[in-house]
Design a protein around this ligand. Structure first.
Ligand SMILES: [Zn+2]
Length: 279
């Protein structure tokens, strides 16, 4: 029963409740999640400045506060939020003058989380040489990373489920992309791939801004479905779209390519902007 309840999400389950809850292991998990969420939101607000005025930030914090109140941790949560907000402001001041290339390598939230000490991050050598050099990383790196995120999620039924869904969603997407044509102009193949992305709902609109068949480069803008759910971020978040564009671009240009998201709707842009170039 407890597992079942966790599976459907304790946050949602108690949306309407106003009675204080007993502290049990499920609540502990929820408290952890709430405090982390408050830290993250606080950091975003501090780092980005004015976003506290955004309706969605207010609404999100209101919901978090309501849950915290039910769990009797409102005070603690507000402290966490304020501390993280200050941390965000400080980070902002440190990086205010840095340009695109000099952005901090770590995402802000990484600093707020404790890496479990059971993790053993292997850094193995060469990229995979199989598939005509088309692999992005070495198989060992991929395997090790999958093991690590599974390890991180082992105490949370919810996170495990999200990972499961994320892996499955991305696998489905790439199955679909595997069926696009190998023949045709780069632009035609890019269009076919982007149509597939649209069909699956990962994007709702797109434009091919530029294609250079000789240099094997392209610029694509798209309305990604991810930012709508994610909210504000200081860095682009549409990694799954970038990876899809690499698969599509490799077919279009007949060579391994990389796709970088240069600007993201999470950063306040109207569309996410991607650049495809040979790897
Ligand atoms: Zn994006």
């Amino acid at each position: 029963m407890a597992d079942e309840a966790r599976g459907v999400g304790p946050l949602r389950k108690r949306m309407g409740g106003a009675m204080p809850e007993d502290i049990n292991s499920e609540n502990k998990e929820e408290i952890k999640t709430l405090l982390l969420e408050a830290s993250r939101l606080g950091f975003e607000v501090g780092y980005l400045g004015q976003v506290e005025e955004f309706g969605w930030v207010k609404n999100r914090f209101k919901i978090i506060e309501l849950h915290a109140d039910n769990l009797g941790i409102l005070e603690e949560l507000r402290k966490k939020y304020d501390l993280s907000k200050d941390l965000g402001k400080k980070r902002r001041a440190q990086t205010a003058h840095s340009d695109e290339e000099n952005k901090p390598e770590k995402t802000p939230t990484l600093e707020l989380e404790q890496m479990p000490n059971t993790l053993h991050i292997k850094s193995s050598g060469e990229k995979g040489s199989g598939f005509d050099g088309a692999m992005r990383i070495s198989p060992e790196e991929g395997i090790s990373a999958v093991a690590n995120v599974l390890k991180v999620s082992e105490n949370s039924h919810w996170v495990t489920r999200q990972l499961d869904l994320a892996f499955s969603g991305i696998a489905d997407l790439h199955d679909m992309l595997g069926r696009i044509s190998q023949e045709g102009t780069p632009e035609a193949i890019l269009t076919e791939g982007l149509e597939k992305l649209k069909l699956t709902g990962w994007i709702s609109d797109y434009a091919i801004e530029e294609v250079n068949a000789g240099l094997k480069t392209a610029k694509v803008s798209a309305v990604s479905a991810i930012p709508n759910q994610y909210g504000v971020s200081t860095i682009p978040v549409c990694i799954s779209i970038s990876l899809a564009l690499e698969s599509i671009g490799a077919r279009a240009f007949k060579t391994p390519v990389q796709a970088m998201e240069k600007r993201c709707m999470c950063q306040g842009d109207e569309k996410c902007g991607f650049v495809i170039s040979p790897r």
